[in-house]
Design a protein around this ligand. Structure first.
Ligand SMILES: NC(=O)C1=CN([C@@H]2O[C@H](COP(=O)(O)OP(=O)(O)OC[C@H]3O[C@@H](n4cnc5c(N)ncnc54)[C@H](O)[C@@H]3O)[C@@H](O)[C@H]2O)C=CC1
Ligand SMILES: O=C(CO)COP(=O)(O)O
Length: 340
């Protein structure tokens, strides 16, 4: 059943555009807000987002707009697909228009300094809004190409979860519900760091054994960290945890993986980010995560190793040697009481 009002999607990048198209595919009218008027015109006239989703036809029910206030006034259900670093400054000026609305974060990042997740930033800006998080193995281009995909809507607000399931469910997209908003959101942010490492390993020509080693130990590390912060470890066994790790650590469609790949071919961090030209949240997340893990004394060797390469002048070879030759450990330590 179609919503009575239009649905808003904030952010005209690859994920905002893919999500808006998915909602339109399901019969909803969508206002897609973006700050760039040239891009909005291109979408309105050519029905394509040439910068972020080239080759994908945008449905007529998606209306691109640069008027944020009008968009928020017209809509009650609002999906937020802005990069985490710009979200607070973009939405704070219109906080009054978010009051009492249903806000669903699609972003996967952590705010520098505060260590806040995006839903927590939204709650700061609009304390009486109803808030949820959508996260899972959701590569934007695959969704846009209508590959069969699933995701998780996480909120303690069951009505919000059901509403999001209703608007997004369709022939190609399935949404599972969770009440662990914190765990779902944290896993979406953390996996970006490990995707950078997986991209580096791919550039070095490492094989499937290495990828499996990385994904599995990344899961251990993420879970160890998350449990210390109060998340439910079982969440990490779901789509938003191991599901998203597998997708993002295995695919050149992931921007974080591509940053890692560029680094592995010898580019500097600055060069890798410039070559990408799109959002890769994992770099900022790494900085925030390293500081937090240190302050809580949580063992995160992969995070420490990547940080040492990017910011402390260590070579990839030195870090690999330290990781492989470190003290012998126990498998699956993170679910034992001792591992916590
Ligand atoms: N692309 C993907 O496959 C997925 C992305 N995400 C998350 O979605 C969020 C957004 O990422 P993408 O759409 O992929 O990024 P993108 O790099 O494709 O696009 C970023 C968009 O943000 C806009 N933007 C930047 N600064 C802005 C500001 N101050 N005000 C308004 N708009 C601004 C840019 O103009 C651009 O339209 C990120 O947190 C990302 O982790 C989540 C799942 C999948
Ligand atoms: O979150 C994503 C897939 O679930 C997209 O990852 P990237 O931001 O690395 O492209």
């Amino acid at each position: 059943m179609s919503e009575k009002q239009p649905i808003a999607v904030l952010g005209g990048g690859s994920f905002g555009t893919a999500s808006a198209n998915l909602l339109a595919q399901n019969g909803h009218s969508v206002l897609l807000w973006m700050r760039d008027s040239a891009q909005a015109k291109a979408i309105a006239n050519e029905r394509e987002n040439p910068r972020y989703l080239k080759g994908i036809k945008i449905y007529p029910a998606v209306t691109p707009t640069t008027d944020l206030s009008a968009t928020l006034t017209a809509c009650e259900l609002i999906f937020v697909a802005l990069p985490s670093g710009v979200l607070r400054s973009a939405l704070q000026p219109v906080a009054g228009l978010l009051s009492g609305k249903c806000l669903v974060s699609l972003a996967k990042g952590i705010e520098q300094g505060s260590f806040k997740l995006v839903s927590e930033i939204l709650a700061d800006i609009a304390p009486d809004a109803r808030i949820g998080v959508l996260s899972g193995p959701n590569l934007a281009r695959e969704i846009a190409e209508q590959a069969l995909t699933a995701s998780v809507i996480a909120s303690q607000d069951e009505t919000l979860c059901r509403r999001v399931q209703a608007v997004l469910h369709g022939r190609t997209f399935r949404v599972y519900a969770s009440s662990d908003r914190f765990g779902v959101e944290l896993s979406g942010a953390l996996k970006n760091v490990y995707a950078i490492i997986a991209g580096m390993a791919a550039a070095l020509g490492m094989g499937e054994n290495t990828r499996s080693l990385l994904i599995t130990r990344a899961l251990a590390e993420m879970t160890r960290f998350a449990v210390r912060l109060g998340a439910n470890p079982m969440t990490f066994l779901g789509l938003a945890g191991v599901g998203d790790l597998i997708a993002t650590c295995s695919s050149e469609k992931s921007r974080n993986y591509r940053v890692g790949f560029f680094l592995g071919t010898g580019l500097s961090l600055q060069q890798a980010i410039e070559r990408l030209g799109e959002t890769a949240e994992g770099v900022n997340t790494l900085v925030a995560l390293k500081a937090k893990a240190e302050s809580l004394n949580i063992y995160m060797p992969l995070v420490a190793g990547l940080y040492a390469i990017l910011f402390e002048g260590r070579t990839l070879e030195q870090v690999i040697e330290a990781l492989m030759c470190g003290e012998a450990k126990t498998d699956v330590d993170f679910i034992s009481a001792k591992g916590f």
